[in-house]
Design a protein around this ligand. Sequence first.
Ligand SMILES: Nc1ncnc2c1ncn2[C@@H]1O[C@H](COP(=O)(O)OP(=O)(O)OP(=O)(O)O)[C@@H](O)[C@H]1O
Length: 388
Amino acid sequence: MSVESVGAASTGAVPASAEPLLSVEDLKIHFPIKQGIVFDRTVGHVYAVDGVDLAVRRGETYGLVGESGCGKTTLGRGVLRLVEPTDGSVLFDGVDVASLRGEELRRMRRRMQMIFQDPLSSLDPRQSVESILVEGMRAHGLDRGRESTRQRLLELLDSVGLPRTSLRKYPHEFSGGQRQRIGIARALAVEPDLIVADEPVSALDVSVQAQVINLLEELQEQLGLTYLVIAHDLAVVRHISDRIGVMYLGSIVEEADSDTLYREPRHPYTRALLSAIPVPDPRVEDEREQILLTGDLPSPANPPAGCRFHTRCPWRQPERCDTERPVLRELGGGHRVACHWAEDIEAGRIRPHEVEAELVSAGGGVVEVPDSVATTFRSGGGSGVAGP
Ligand SMILES: Nc1ncnc2c1ncn2[C@@H]1O[C@H](COP(=O)(O)OP(=O)(O)OP(=O)(O)O)[C@@H](O)[C@H]1O
């Protein structure tokens, strides 16, 4: 079963009026770059997360997508306060996470759990499944006597579709998909409200990806969970998300409900990402236009001034794009975009530049470019974001 065979996307399940469980406001996470014999000199910063605003509603799945290195994992870790933010705030259930200390922080942490990309490296190979699951319960005072703990462990195994005989086994005795189920059971063991899932299926065979995604969706329905799902794969994000935020070099450049984002992408970067996804019908595939990005992702240690995307943008307008950083602004219906020219591009008032003399047809062949139709661009480095 491929990701394509996952049930219908869960778009629009949570009303826009629903209150946010998680609000991230102008979050910045900058890592110092140290030099010197004892690394005592700060010579710069990696601007991994550089002004992110987003809100995840209760019961919703918010998908965060972007190419490798754009800051998705750092943002997820910042939300859980596994890394200290440089600036901005993270509100969980209305409480500023940075204000919490000691017991209060520990209690808040129970309510926010993380699922990791590689279950093998996130599970201790020396611990049995029982010990992995009990550890978190014990830390949060949820192991209430031998018999009820055992009952709870069996329930957890049932809920993630693992055999009850799994308790005495060790991570290496399971397949990749089963190990991810152990990771999910470990997160569920402490009864969280929010799960941050960082590339939850990208280390798995395509054949088991859909099973794990379906499991996450079923658990959400049964337990009323809220998800922040981080992925570089647009197909995974589309199928699981109610809303999607597209990240580029430390900030969100576009946000909309899942259907709207795929139907009407308004930021040049999102347009390029979506146009890179192959269409199964070969006739449509041959004829459609593809925007392939030129150049690589700039270094987050030295991001471009103005719009972070201007160095790769086919619609760049020199003065303003090079100097003025666009804010994430509302276009209506909850669709937000950080581009000065979104309306002009949509209306065709601004045409894309011809960045190279030749075009690549989506079918792969190089074609001559008539001057007037320079909407397809030859890739200089690829987007790095996978299609379905
Ligand atoms: N602890 C750290 N110290 C210094 N730089 C870091 C640290 N953690 C991450 N970075 C840098 O921050 C940037 C964003 O990294 P991050 O892992 O958040 O991106 P990502 O979008 O999740 O990419 P990937 O999908 O490859 O994990 C990268 O340039 C990375 O090298």
